[in-house]
Design a protein around this ligand. Structure first.
Ligand code: B12
Ligand code: SF4
Ligand code: SF4
Length: 369
């Protein structure tokens, strides 16, 4: 059967792809199956017990899911502008990773909807996936010629590097396949050196147990050494992306993007509903705003300003035990053991969880005293 070029097909159907979008095609069946690799990560416990694609690797990792599908389209959205974020965040402020500075999945979803409409009108069967637990989004990236997988595990394209989000459409239509690209990381290992926790010490494998991006989305209690490594990060981590040379080919202008900086005291004092609405596109465990406030307390502990201790003194009594635990850590971290002890005596001398935490903190206190 005659194969159609996807770009011509979209043009004929009045769909324009701006330069932020790239599109690759893999013919199906493809014989690609990532089940083994995803299971290997899971078996070695590198997935930190996350569910997502790890729940059913035999399905999420399978490229040939649908017997009716003849092609898989991989659409990518480059969310990087011609500017680089500055790492210099003022005291009292936290950082949001670039993929989450606004809802960048929205332009991708809208473009997918536009393409779906064309298939609908032509009565062609399709199935799309974007950041869906049932589908490993990186499946067709290499086979459709868009680039390669880096040692950071990120999918990279010359020019946009890792700064891209991925979506897939399975379709019952024969499109002309793209060729595999022949790029690689070569001898580079800058992402591995830049990762503050050593989460990328094994080439091409991420140990999520050490990944800051994972911990800032986790409902578990964050270990002390990870809290230290989080620095001023409030949501997401970009250290293995900012260091990646293929993402730096544009002229770099260091600038502040206002959407990337957050006033941490404001976050901590915000109304829960307001926070959930403001950051509706964030992955927040159980949609509980408490976890965003936890992240903000850690970032403030690592990046305090002159008013931080006084602020914690004023808000402490209103906090849940969970947030108090992080606040006490933040005070000890900033050498304010006296205030830490005062607050416990004042409000929590009968709270076994706080007393237990204080025992652990004493080890830290012996180091800072
Ligand atoms: C779970 C998840 C996470 C977890 C785990 C990430 C991970 N690397 O697995 C956490 C919370 C840590 C995370 C963090 C981030 N994520 Co995330 N995440 C996902 C999700 C939901 C599933 C990923 C998955 O299935 N992992 C399973 C493991 C097994 O896959 P893998 O790491 O790619 O492993 C492969 C390699 O190890 C490879 N391999 C093994 N040995 C070898 C050897 C060689 C030589 C080679 C070449 C390969 C290789 O085989 C494995 C299987 O293919 C996807 C969305 C989706 N539904 O797919 C988004 C996704 C991967 N995340 C994305 C983003 C943007 C991020 C962050 C950048 C966000 C941020 N700034 O904080 C970070 C990046 C961290 C990093 N270095 O990966 C994008 C990545 C886009 C891209 N360009 O690759 C995705 C695809 C979402 C999307 N739709 O765009 N994420
Ligand atoms: S996201 Fe941050 S912590 Fe995770 S692997 Fe990349 S640099 Fe390391
Ligand atoms: S920083 Fe270097 S090694 Fe890491 S993903 Fe980018 S090119 Fe590959």
């Amino acid at each position: 059967m005659k194969e159609i070029n996807i770009i011509n097909f979209l043009e004929d159907n009045d769909i324009k792809l701006s330069s932020n979008f790239k599109l690759g095609v893999t013919s199906l069946p493809s014989n690609i199956n990532f089940e083994k690799k995803i299971s290997e990560i899971k078996d070695k416990q590198l997935h930190a017990n996350m569910k997502f694609t790890f729940s059913k690797p035999e399905y999420s990792g399978l490229a040939d899911k649908f017997s009716w599908a003849k092609s898989a389209l991989l659409l990518t959205y480059n969310y990087k502008n011609k500017t680089q974020p500055s790492m210099l965040v003022s005291p009292g402020y936290g950082q949001i990773a670039r993929f989450a500075e606004e809802d960048y999945y929205l332009p991708l979803k809208n473009k997918i909807l536009e393409i779906e409409k064309v298939f609908e009108n032509l009565d062609v069967k399709f199935q799309s996936f974007i950041d869906n637990p049932s589908h490993y989004d990186r499946t067709f990236f290499v086979s459709s010629g868009l680039g390669w997988q880096g040692k950071s595990t990120m999918m990279l394209t010359p020019g946009s590097g890792p700064w891209q989000l991925l979506a897939t459409i399975y379709v019952d239509f024969n499109f002309k396949e793209n060729k595999n690209s022949e790029f690689s990381c070569g001898e580079c290992n800058l992402c591995q050196i830049s990762c503050p926790t050593g989460a990328l010490d094994m080439d091409y494998k991420l140990d999520s147990n050490k990944c800051i991006s994972y911990w800032l989305q986790s409902p578990e209690i964050i270990p002390y050494e990870i809290r230290d490594a989080i620095g001023n990060k409030f949501y997401g981590c970009d250290d293995c992306l900012t260091s990646c040379p293929p993402g730096q080919e544009n002229k770099i202008i260091v600038t502040f993007n206002k959407n990337q900086r957050v006033n941490l005291q404001e976050i901590i004092e915000s109304d829960d509903e307001h926070l959930l609405e403001k950051y509706y596109w964030f992955y927040i465990p159980k949609r509980n705003a408490e976890f965003l406030k936890r992240n903000a307390i850690i970032a403030l502990g690592n990046n305090p300003d002159n008013s931080t201790s006084e602020f914690f003194r004023n808000v402490y009594s209103k906090f849940s035990t969970h947030l108090k635990i992080y606040t006490l850590w933040a005070l000890v971290k900033n050498n304010n053991v006296e205030l830490c002890e005062q607050l416990i005596i004042l409000y929590d001398s009968g709270n076994p969880n706080i007393l237990e935490e204080y025992e652990k903190l004493k080890e830290m206190i012996s180091l800072v005293k």
